[in-house]
Design a protein around this ligand. Sequence first.
Ligand SMILES: [Zn+2]
Length: 437
Amino acid sequence: MRIVADHVYVNDDSGTVLSAGVVEVGAGLITAVEPIRGARPRGEGVIDLGESILMPGLVNAHAHTPMSLMRGVSEGHSLLTLEGWLGAIRSLEAHLTPELVPASVAVSCAEMIASGTTTFADQYFFAERYLPVIKDSGLRAAVAYGIVELGDDGARAAGLAAAGAFLEGAGDDPLVRGWIGPHAFFVDNQLEAIDAEIAMARHHDVGLHTHFGTSAEEEEACRRDYGRSALSMMQEIGLFDVPLLLAHCNAIARDELGLLAGTRATIVPAASVAMISGAAAPPVRQALDADVNVALGTDNWCGNNNADLFEEMRTLGKLAAFTARAPNPILPRELIGLATWRGHRALGASDDDGRLVDGAVADLLALPVAALHRGPVGAQDIASALVYGASGFASTEVMTAGRWLKRGGVLTTVDLAAARAQQQLDYDELMARVHAA
Ligand SMILES: [Zn+2]
C-alpha cells in the first residue's frame, strides 16, 4: 500500500515535511518514505489523501481505560491527593466487578482511535477481563496489571500471583503485551513487593507502569522509613534498569533528575490532570535537558475528560510556558516527539518507531490541512499548527501496524454506539450497588 498526502510530517529532529510525499506500508511496517517530484503516483495500491497531513500515530503513555465508566464523578475533587481519590473514586471502585468494565474500555479505545492515538499504556484492575477488548480494537498497547498491597502479606502474595498469571495468559501477541502496574511505590507497594515486581519484569521482559510524585508522598515515606530520597532508593534497587513509566512526576525532586538520565525510566506528565487538580507543573524542560526520556499521558477519564493527545501536547506546552514565565520552553517539534517516538521508546521499542522512516511501525494518522487552522504559508510552520491548532478528533485516517482503525472519518474496529449504551447500563448498575450499600 502506498499512501500519498500533500504533506508528510517525517518527525525527524529537524522537522522535515515532504510536500507532497508518499509512505509505503507493508506487513505492518513502513517500507519507504519519499518526496513526490513530478506526477503523483496512481493506480492499484495507491491511496491519495489529497489536502491532508500524514504523520506518525500518537502514543498515550498513561491511561486507565476502564475509568471512562466514572467520567464526571470527580468534578471538583483532586484525584492526585489520597483524600480526593478515596472519596471520589475508591468509594465507587469498591463496588466494581470485572463485568462492568469491558464496555468502558471499548469506549476509551474508540475515543483514543478517533483522536489519533495508535499506541497506549494502560493500568488498572481486571486487566485479564478486558484484554480481549483492547486486542479487538486493533490498538498497540502495554496493559499493566494493577497491584495494590498496602504492606499486607496476603494481598501482596495474591496480587503478585495474579499479575504473574496475567502475564502468562497475555501470550506473545505482537501488538498487545502484558505489563505490571504497581499503583505507587513505597505508598501502596512496599519494598518486598517492588523487589518481586522487578524480578517479574525481568523474567517476562516487560516493564513497570506506576504513579510517581503526584504529591510528595513517596518522598516523605522514603525519608521517614529509609532516611533517603525516593529516587535514590529506586535507583539502588534496580528500578531504572527495566522499562519504567513514572506517571505525573509533579513533585519529583528537580535536583535528582540526573539519576534518571540515560536509563530506561520515562517521566509521563499528565498536564491536563495536573492543572485541573491544582497540582504543581512537572519539570519537563529540566528533564529533557538532563537526558531523561519524557512521554505524554492523559491519565484517567475522570480527572481528564478526554484522551485527545493533541490537546495534551498544547496543554503541556502552555503549562510549561506559564510556569517558566517565558514562551516556548518546549518547542512544538519537541512536544510532538513526546507524543510519538519518545512514547515508543518508553515502552521499550526502537527510536525509529514514531517516525516516518523505513522499518518503523506503520502507525499513522492523517488530518485535513484545514483542520490545522494554520496561518498563511510562511507565517507558521506545520509543527506549531499541529500542536496549537489541531484537534485529534478531526483526524480522518488512523492506522496501527498497517491496519486502518479509522478510515474516511469512520471507526472500523469498535462499535462506539453499542459500547456507550452498555456503559450506561454498567454505570446504572454500579450506582445501584453504591446506593444499596
Ligand atoms: Zn493514573
